[in-house]
Design a protein around this ligand. Sequence first.
Ligand SMILES: [Zn+2]
Length: 389
Amino acid sequence: MLEVSPATPPPVGGPRKLPPRRIGRIGQEGGPTLICVGGLHGNEPPGFLALHRVFLRLQSDPRGLLGRLVGLTGNRKALVQTDRFLDEDLNRIWTDERLARVRQGVDASVAEEDELLELSDALDRELSRCPGARVLDLHSTSGDGPPFTTLDDTLANRVFAFALPVPHVLGLEEELAGTMIEYLNGRGITAIGFESGQHLDPVSVDRAEAAVWIAMEACGVLARGARPEVAEARRLLSRTGRTRPEVVEVRHRHSVDPGDGFVMLPGWKSFQPISAGEVLARAELGPIASPRNGMILMPLYQDQGDDGFFVIRPVNRAWLSISAWARRLRMDRYAHWLPGVRRHPEEVGVLLVDRKKARWLALQVFHLLGFRRRRSSGAQLEMVRREAP
Ligand SMILES: [Zn+2]
């Protein structure tokens, strides 16, 4: 049974009036499901616009649909004003505590609490209809650069993300708290982000659309080889992504506070090589240099947001294979035998690492075994297993 909910025509440059929470839903009940979110940041219309295009195309020609595509709007109010957010960043408040609080009653003075409640309800509804659904969160950046995915390094996320012929960025989740993707991953849902390019560049809409077509086929929402749009999408994305390293990890985040007077020097593009000591930005306290060699990611060229820039470096493909092998063998079961490492007395899947005794153990060893760092302070490091066995 084909179920179509009509999508409104794509607005030019973003919506003028408050858009509906659901951009569209099309396809078969009971089949594989892909849920896409566009405009979680209100100054990032490409994903929102791309979803309208895909729904319009599928409505007139539903060929090859085996499952269901759902499109949801992120920060509706901020999209109308083309601001990243109005009161609080909607992609930094997805914590269990905050969600429990807004479910008790939203604070009307924070525009995003309403958005958080509605969007999490909409996601829950779709996920309860299809528990195996995967989520693609569509974003864009203030600086220039090629498209890429962002993912918490679970094996399921890897399979999903690696279907897209672009570079893949690991480790952002250890730097950013309260993202929607982190929340969904924490509940065992396969969910990744896609960054399509600069906010107002028309090619960013084309790339976001391409990511949706490829993701639909990768999830089994579309029959393999049934749609020419998927092959076209692969050509478009691989044209910009091929010359970059395939997988990178975040090694540093430069955090910006409102009073810093942070100004990025002009001309930096994501994936551009940088050296330790190279000046990247200026602030009231003086020049800001890169603390290490690598490549720059997401230099900040807008007023809102507190991520000044990230420094990334390539990840060896062999390391990815070894870590997949270590996780399939469930080597995490023996991690607490390492000196300075013990199991959390109450929480399953959490290790407590004495930084002094286990200094020789690089964070990388835990990454390899499928753990991620949980924000913690003092001499103790908390490592959390990314996915249930
Ligand atoms: Zn964003």
